[in-house]
Design a binder for this molecule. Structure first.
Ligand SMILES: [Zn+2]
Length: 455
């Protein structure tokens, strides 16, 4: 099939490749066979059936690297910080997944909503329950969305009805991995999912690391989100140098590891994460909602850390990765403004230059340039794919890759839809800052139509 539309995609090291009248050929196996200008590609593929999508645009599908399926019903519970919020709102919602029927229905709604928002790859935390996680995988298999998922593991400091026996947690996780990891040509994969250090014994953490390595599966967990959490980890694991060292000591850090949040990392922790090849998942709406902090995205990227984006439902309010991109930009601007303002105030104190420079540096007041929409879009597509080690398969629209793409109608978010041609970055800015489900006309995974507004 030859798709004709305006194409926008990261491309190799380019943040954005813009082809106003493009053609993309997808073969019967769901791979991208050709991308280029319409006249060139059409001439090289005579007789290929044509689907003319103009005036819509085609973009790579979005990659959501972090969210919690059983928390979807508990979004927008405002008030607390991380630890009391988990207790008051999240654990009760996760207990409901004792009921596999509810888990199946919740998963159907969840994956449907993700595809409708243009997310074609999702990395998901389930609940602790074996059967609920089987049912969620079945729903992902049917929905067609590319899914990396695992049941949460926790054997301490959690409610009685969610606290697991260590060996049972490991055995059930391995059973799920055996059933689902690599299914449907690798569309479904397994992530061993120790929730976070406070709810996991060292035996459980080590066991999870061992199993992930044995099965070449993913690992996902949370790291350095909230200052009370950091203090608690320090009390629970006094032998560890820092929070990251708990996971490093358990053998959990590697190139298939996704670390949610990573707001308050020290320089040495960043060095360990970078050397391990693990990826950081930035979830700025969640970080704002729980008052956790602003992750220094620009700085982490400049240091060579691998970063992608996640909605972190239910601390994030929705599965809308466009809104997450917008918030990544907004948070970086707030950080810039704060650094800039504090720097000006410091200058106004009239301190000797040596003192001024020392305080300036200690507080990190050199303003980090904000993130632009095109960069946020690259993080939510190719950046997410690279974080998964799948940058050669998905994340951009290039020949040889699997055809995970979405059809978007920019007129749905444009107050002046009759305007003429304009720079793609401006259109992209509107998609991010003014996102709404109606703008995603269709979502394809490996060339298969998984969501359509015309259906
Ligand atoms: Zn989370």
């Amino acid at each position: 099939m030859l798709f004709r539309a305006h194409l926008l995609s990261p491309h190799g090291s380019m943040v954005l490749r813009d082809i106003p009248d493009s053609a993309m050929v997808v073969d019967a196996a769901g791979r991208i066979a050709a991308v280029g200008t319409f006249p060139d590609v059409a001439a090289a593929h005579p007789g290929e059936p044509l689907l003319d999508l103009r005036p819509h645009w085609i973009l790579p599908g979005l990659v959501d690297l972090h969210s919690h399926l059983p928390q979807y019903e508990a979004v927008a519970m405002d008030g607390e910080e991380l630890l009391p919020w988990l207790k008051a709102h999240i654990f009760p919602a996760e207990i409901r997944f004792e009921d596999p029927q509810w888990a199946a229905l919740a998963a159907r709604i969840y994956f449907r909503d993700q595809l409708a928002l243009g997310t074609t790859t999702t990395v998901v935390y389930g609940s602790v329950h074996l059967e609920a996680t089987h049912r969620a995988f079945q729903e992902a298999e049917t929905a067609g969305i590319r899914t990396i998922m695992g049941k949460v593991m926790m054997d301490q400091h959690s409610p009685d009805r969610l606290r697991e026996d260590t060996d049972a947690s490991l055995a059930q996780s391995e059973e799920l991995c055996a059933a689902w990891h690599g299914r449907d040509g690798g569309r479904l994969q397994y992530a061993f999912t120790p929730r976070f250090a406070p709810t996991c014994s060292m035996a459980l953490l080590r066991g999870a690391g061992r199993l992930a390595e044995k099965h070449s599966a993913f690992v996902q967990t949370h790291l350095s989100e909230n200052l009370d959490e950091l203090r608690w980890v320090h009390e629970l694991f006094p032998a560890a140098k820092d929070y990251t060292d708990v996971y490093a000591g358990a053998g959990l850090l590697g190139p298939r590891t996704l670390l949610g949040h990573c707001i308050h990392l020290s320089p040495s922790e960043r060095g360990v994460i970078r050397a391990a090849g693990a990826a950081i998942v930035h979830c700025p709406r969640s970080n704002a909602f729980l008052k956790s902090g602003i992750m220094p995205l620009r700085r982490w990227l400049d240091e060579g850390l691998t970063v992608g984006l996640g909605t972190d439902v239910g601390a994030g309010p929705s599965l809308d990765l466009w809104a997450e991109m917008a918030m990544a930009c907004t948070a970086s601007k707030l950080r810039w403004a704060d650094q800039h303002t504090q720097g000006r105030r410091l200058d106004g104190l009239g301190l000797p230059e040596a003192d001024r420079a020392r305080i300036h540096q200690a507080l990190g007041l050199e303003p980090d340039p904000p993130i632009a929409p095109a960069q946020a879009f690259a993080l939510a597509t190719l950046g997410g794919a690279r974080a998964l080690g799948m940058g050669d398969r998905i994340g951009s629209l290039e020949p040889g890759k699997e055809a995970d793409f979405i059809v978007v109608d920019p007129a749905r978010v444009d107050p002046a839809p009759d305007r003429g041609p304009e720079p793609a970055e401006q259109m992209l800015g509107r998609l991010l800052y003014r996102s709404r489900p109606a703008m995603v006309r269709a979502s394809y995974v490996r060339g298969r139509l998984c969501h359509s507004q015309d259906a």
